[in-house]
Design a protein around this ligand. Structure first.
Ligand code: BEZ
Length: 323
């Protein structure tokens, strides 16, 4: 996944006013990036195997069973993105690529990156390597990655991924600096993620169930893999790296759990809450946590009229500009 520094530097020098040759260089770079992405993914570990960075929790089957709604409720954030045929877009945390491929219908120059080799393989299998270029990238380290090309993209996009990517306080600001760097002047960073209060129901139940298994509240909190900021906090963070924040919106959006086998509340807890469960070394106690969360939450999230189950999702949408 080594992008050519010669081309990168050329782009850096001319990022503000691309001429025809620079447009050509961009095309070359994207095409080279596609080939390198394919080779890198072929070298990736198999389902569930640990990578050098962290364990890959995501199997495509579990993601489809428990989280297939993730790319579906995205009409508004895609409107905010407003993809144009001439844009170069970077999609951070593209998952299995369903939404990325949809955006590619209006903008063929799009690069999808995700830390999960399983999901990138699934994206490539479903959509091929054209027009989207898929890469395995742990975005926490993007500021210093070969993938980062300064002043290259018109837009950086992310849906339902930054609450994972920004979790680690140590890398949080570096990620935002990386996004800022890779945008051209005037370019936009448009994203939707979990916001303050997101899934408070299941979050609380998971913490309590761990405590009931003898885990300290502090350790249970540290195991939480999510970061759900308020509008004010995310605005402050983006301004700190130089962005002008043009729009934010925090919205309560209860979301219906899937009915598929392996999905539902239990599938959701096992997949999305995997890092909470890993605090416990024994399978039996992990299973006890899953059972307790499902028992306690069952009546809270189930609607009497039809038995459907809904979690209290809170979405945070942001449009910020590099000025
Ligand atoms: C979300 O997309 O809001 C979400 C993802 C993982 C855990 C909780 C919420």
């Amino acid at each position: 996944m080594t992008l050519s520094y010669r081309v990168v530097n050329k782009l850096n020098m001319t990022a503000e006013k691309p001429e025809r040759s620079d447009e050509q260089a961009k095309e070359d770079l994207l095409s080279q990036s596609k080939q390198e992405g394919q080779e890198a993914t072929r070298r990736q570990p198999k389902d569930g195997e640990a990578t050098s960075q962290s364990k890959d929790h995501w199997t495509h089957a579990a993601y489809r069973a428990s989280a297939s709604f993730v790319p579906l409720l995205t009409q508004e954030i895609v409107l905010w993105l407003s993809p144009q045929p001439t844009d170069c877009i970077l999609d951070l945390g593209c998952g299995d690529g369903v939404l990325t491929a949809k955006i590619a219908d209006s903008c063929p120059n799009i690069v999808g990156v995700d830390a999960s080799a399983n999901l990138i393989s699934a994206a490539r299998e479903s959509y091929g390597d054209d027009p989207v270029s898929w890469h395995v990238l742990d975005c926490r380290y993007m500021e210093n990655s070969d993938m980062l090309v300064e002043g290259f993209y018109e837009k950086v996009f992310s849906n339902a991924a930054l609450h994972w990517i920004l979790r680690d306080e140590e890398t949080r600001m570096s990620i935002l600096r990386g996004v800022y760097k890779t945008l051209r002047l005037g370019g936009s960073f448009v994203f939707e993620m979990g916001g303050a209060g997101n899934v408070a129901d299941v979050h609380t139940a998971l913490l309590a169930a761990l405590v009931h298994q003898g885990v300290s509240v502090k350790k249970a909190r540290e195991a939480c893999p999510w970061f759900f900021p308020s509008e004010q906090l995310i605005t402050n963070m983006l301004q700190d790296v130089g962005f002008a924040v043009e729009r934010t919106r925090l919205e309560y959006r209860p979301t219906k759990l899937t009915l598929e086998e392996g999905g539902g509340l239990e599938g959701w807890v096992r997949l999305m809450g995997a890092q909470f469960l890993e605090v416990l070394p024994e399978v039996a106690t992990r299973e006890a946590v899953v059972r307790e969360v499902c028992d306690v939450l069952g009546s809270v999230v189930t609607r009497e009229e039809d038995g459907s189950m809904w979690l209290g999702y809170v979405r945070l949408k942001v449009l910020a500009r590099k000025t």
